[in-house]
Design a protein around this ligand. Sequence first.
Ligand code: NAP
Length: 280
Amino acid sequence: MVEKRRLGSTEVAPIGQGTWHMELDDRASAIAALRRGLDVGMRHIDTAEMYGDGEVERIVGEAIEGRRDEVFLVSKVLPWNATRAGTRAACERSLARLGTDRLDLYLLHWPGEHPLEDTIAGLESLRRDGKIRAWGVSNFDAEDLERAVGIAGEGKVACNQVLYHLRERSIEHAVIPFCEKHGIAVVGYSPFGSGNFPSATSKGGRALAEVASAHGATPRQVALRFLVRLPSLFTIPKSSRLEHVVENAGAANLTLDQREIAAIDAAFPLGPPRRGVPVL
Ligand code: NAP
């Protein structure tokens, strides 16, 4: 039984599936991988109108055909589309490409030029109409979040999706504390550094391998588990390969003790605070 955590109005497993750049992979493999991911409990699928210019939403649509009710489906509106009317139009286009009548979560991809008040009004009207179950933001720092909560009110921003991996832990300074205080889920993206995972011979790689071997697990499973060690955290590794998807899902069954968490923490130090949020 996979553990679940609150994300918007739903209980969702902490490890989901990303889809960025999937249009570059073999299409059948990507679809098979997403479906296998659903089979092994990774029901949170993250996509965006930006990915492959809509093509990735079509791939996801094929993958979830006939299985819509199993999926916690997330997409994102590009900031330059995020006027009140533009947010609705973008959402309608995403729904058509995904072959569904609703999203479980809809995110503003990053802060942009249009007034946040208008974007939030568009998101709220989509929610009232049942086109989306909840909405959130992405790449927001603590100040951006404060503004969003100020406009929308408490309890409206379901999540903030932000860069979070072992060598990029900046959100631990201000973003995670703000989100925890305001009941906003933190969805970490690029948990493997977008294909730049610590090598087995590096100091960090050796620390991961040591913890992994004690559990009969893999270093990537240990990394994923570390990245969801707090109840506010979720992660969305992307893979178009069946064996990788099964490995990633296996992290859900791992439990790290305080000594192991401290060892990983020491091998990948947090680093000083900086302005804004890091982006890929
Ligand atoms: P990632 O998940 O950190 O890494 C993906 C890479 O790791 C791919 O090359 C994948 O290759 C490989 N991989 C996955 N599982 C593996 C395993 N078990 N063993 C070996 N290699 C493995 O990178 P990401 O795609 O940048 O981030 C994840 C998701 O976050 C994205 O797909 C997207 O949905 C989201 N994201 C959001 C934003 C935003 O601005 N909100 C920005 C970036 C990403 P294979 O496919 O060959 O397995």
